[in-house]
Design a protein around this ligand. Structure first.
Ligand code: G3P
Ligand code: CA
Length: 720
């Protein structure tokens, strides 16, 4: 590829208008500039009589420092230097002023009171634009992100058009996945306490999970195990959820029992009355990891008290939190404690009036009690609650099988036939998470097969602590949760339900919204699902004159990292569709601009975040709208490597030994001039430095590049 023309616009180029640059971090100070900067270009289109329109970016890089930067599209006349003795010239002409005199923007804008309601860089962040065949102007914004529709002279015609979240949810019926507070919010409070459940609900859990064991007097209480403190041969407590070992009056209850075939020494819930258990206080089960800040404060709750908590939340807030009780060790409970935990559960739910099937899932690691619940216990009680078959790791087995001499393990519950059988008595499966994502962080076909059997999939257990995360997540618990949501799970058990609720809300949001979306400045909880400056960096009109292509700069939360949504928007019907997913060469890269080549092909600018010597990757790719890679992403082909341009005539002042590079952090303008030539220009992020030297103010450079391979142009593409 060869540089065949070059021009530049000095950094300090201003147009008429009020002084600017007074804001920093949202605070107003002294204006740094006497009028309005011209440059900081983020989009280019052909203008009249051989000129070009260049869109000025939102000003000084952020919402809170650009309130005095007026949004404009400048007309430029470009004369390239094409020979060593020639001269390149850039002449700045008139501009289109973007404004909202008809009050189409529903929220207060900076220029609210002004007669023209001029739009500023604190209102929108314009990154791409085009003129439609009817002459109207469309602009892609990053704050919404929105599409903005203006008249040819910059008057906003419609309310900002939000970006629909087009990723269909891969859950069983497309419903939102649920977040289950595992043992409450057990990552932040001692598990199975009312405080733990309260914090889980406060954090946004859809369901809270009481594991259930039975007291001596037949009351269901929330504990993970019948053994409430494990004691070794030396008398040391090795794991406990209550302070029973510090109650000398209970010392004689220390005993050894066979729990699911294994000798366990400790204190057992079924050896204490509820009144005795109420004299104890909960302690942290994992103190080395989670500390003891909340030890000895909270009681052991009964199931009835957990139900009362949920009812109280509903009465006070209207929020209908659900219960996800687990019948713990049903075979042991029957054989050792002489209790039918499943029957007790249904009796308690009925007695407490909590039998709405939309608000209860009953789970068990055993199979027989679930079948009994379905066939006998629930019908006799006149209730019909959804059941969930828990499926542990393949080295373990349902104890009801083991107790009967059946040697099968949990993997026997994961075949297609077994899943179909589970569907005969249960609504869902609760698999250990490695059935869905393996140790190499690869997603298996488990969810697909369970869904094919008609089963919900509620997996466990997500934990924020790095010790529980695969290396692939780089200590980011949200990354793990997103992978499971992408895999299509219908629910997540997590020790940190606030994190789960945040990730699920981002994933299921009806719109793609950035942290700068105005909804979040008017009190709505910030559930942004795309990062700052991640909006429509790329916006162009397809050669059919009807389809706008809008490419996001960052990955939407929940999507595969490094894949960017390309939208096709029909300007007539205003319908949005996903045209494909653009795969970045590196997840840290970003896109800079988008322009059509023909009906099937677009050009995309892709760049790294480096500037000057740190810049390594600045490229133009052609992207097929028809051909896909094996992973379903759009197929792309390198068209121009802007870090390796031949400049045999030394047209650019920076060229060394015939080699030109374009090491600006942002390169946001590309347009096809003819089959052999593209025009590329940087966004100089005025008043940034670094592209051509640490102390040199970045200019705007304009490159005419002759391609090694000609493009196949569609109708109307190129300078006419
Ligand atoms: O019940 C499913 C989930 O809670 C994982 O099991 O051992 O924590 O009760 P567990
Ligand atoms: Ca459980």
């Amino acid at each position: 590829m060869t540089l065949v023309g070059y021009a530049e616009l000095p950094a300090d180029t201003f147009a008429a208008g009020p002084a600017s640059g007074a804001y920093s971090g949202g605070l107003r100070g002294e204006a740094r500039f006497p009028s309005q900067p011209v440059q900081g270009f983020s989009g280019v289109q052909f203008g009249p009589q051989g000129s070009y329109w260049f869109l000025s970016d939102n000003g000084f890089g952020a919402k809170n420092n650009s309130a005095d930067s007026l949004l404009r599209i400048h007309r430029l006349n470009l004369t390239p230097k094409t020979a060593p003795t020639g001269t390149g010239r850039v002449e700045v002409g008139n501009f289109i002023s973007l404004r909202d005199p008809d009050r189409k923007v529903a929220w207060p804008i900076v220029g609210e009171a002004g007669p023209e309601r001029l739009l500023t860089g604190a209102d929108f962040d314009p990154e791409g634009f085009f003129f439609a065949p009817d002459g109207t102007l469309w602009v892609g914004d990053e704050f919404g992100p929105y599409l903005l529709h203006f008249s040819a002279d910059g008057r906003l015609l419609d309310a900002p058009i939000p970006t629909p979240n087009l990723a269909g949810l891969p859950t069983l019926r497309g419903q939102a996945p649920v977040v289950v507070g595992h043992r409450g919010s057990s990552g932040t409070r001692p598990e199975h306490t009312l405080e733990s459940y309260r914090v889980a609900i406060e954090g946004g859990a859809d369901f809270i999970e009481p594991d259930l064991v039975v007291t001596k007097d037949g009351v269901l209480i929330a504990r993970h195990e019948p053994v409430i403190a494990v004691v070794d041969a030396a008398g040391k407590v090795t794991e406990a959820t209550v302070d029973v070992a510090s109650h000398p009056e209970f010392a004689s209850r220390l005993t050894t029992k066979k729990l699911d075939g294994v000798d366990v020494r400790g204190y057992f819930a079924e050896d204490f009355t509820l009144a005795e258990l109420k004299t104890m206080r909960a302690v942290e089960r994992l103190p080395a990891l989670r500390g003891r800040a909340y030890d000895s404060q909270f009681e052991v709750p009964t199931l009835a008290e957990v139900i009362a908590l949920v009812k109280d939340v509903e009465a006070r807030t209207g929020r209908k939190v659900g219960l996800y009780p687990e019948t713990k060790h049903p075979t042991y409970m029957a054989q050792v404690a002489g209790r039918d935990v499943s029957q007790l559960l249904v009796d308690t739910l009925k007695k407490e009036g909590f039998t709405d099937p939309a608000r209860v899932f009953i789970q068990s690691f055993e199979t027989a009690n679930l079948r009994d619940l379905k066939a006998n216990i629930m019908p006799k009680a006149g209730v019909n609650l959804p059941l969930v078959q828990l499926v542990s790791s393949p080295d373990e087995a349902p104890y009801d099988w083991t107790a009967k001499g059946d040697a099968r393990k949990y993997d026997a519950l994961t075949t297609d036939a077994a899943l179909r059988d589970i569907a005969s008595y249960a609504s869902g499966v609760g698999p250990y998470k490695r059935w869905i994502v393996d140790e190499k962080a690869q997603t298996t076909d488990f969810v697909t097969r369970a869904h094919a059997a008609g089963l919900l999939v509620h997996t466990w257990t997500m934990r924020n602590e790095p010790a529980y995360l695969l290396p692939a997540y780089k200590n980011d618990p949200e990354a793990e949760m997103r992978q499971f949501l992408r895999a299509g799970v219908d629910g997540l058990f997590t020790d940190f339900p606030a994190t789960g609720a945040k990730v699920a809300a981002e994933y299921t949001a009806a719109q793609v919204r950035s942290p700068q979306n105005p909804a979040f400045s008017t009190g709505a909880a910030n559930a942004a699902n795309i990062g700052s400056s991640g909006g429509f960096e790329g916006l162009t009109l397809g050669v059919d004159g009807v389809t706008a292509y809008a490419l996001l700069e960052k990955t939407v939360a929940g999507d595969v990292s490094g894949q960017l949504r390309l939208h096709a928007v029909n300007l007539g019907t205003r319908q949005w569709a996903l045209a494909g997913r653009y795969p970045l060469e590196d997840t840290a890269n970003a896109i800079g601009d988008l322009t059509p080549v023909n009906a099937d092909t677009l050009l995309v600018l892709e760049r790294d975040g480096g500037s000057g010597a740190a810049a390594k990757f600045k490229r133009v790719y052609s992207v097929s709208l028809r051909e896909k890679n094996a992973d379903g992403t759009l197929k792309k082909t390198l068209v121009a490597d802007l870090m390796n341009v031949s400049d045999p005539q030394n047209l650019a002042p920076s060229t060394v030994a015939g080699k030109f590079t374009f090491p600006y952090v942002t390169i946001e303008n590309v347009i096809v001039l003819d089959a052999d030539t593209i025009l590329v220009a940087n966004d100089n992020n005025y008043p940034a430095t670094g592209g051509r030297g640490a102390t040199v103010k970045d200019v705007n450079e304009f490159l005419w590049l002759k391609l090694d391979q000609p493009l196949t142009l569609g109708a109307g593409v190129g300078r006419r």
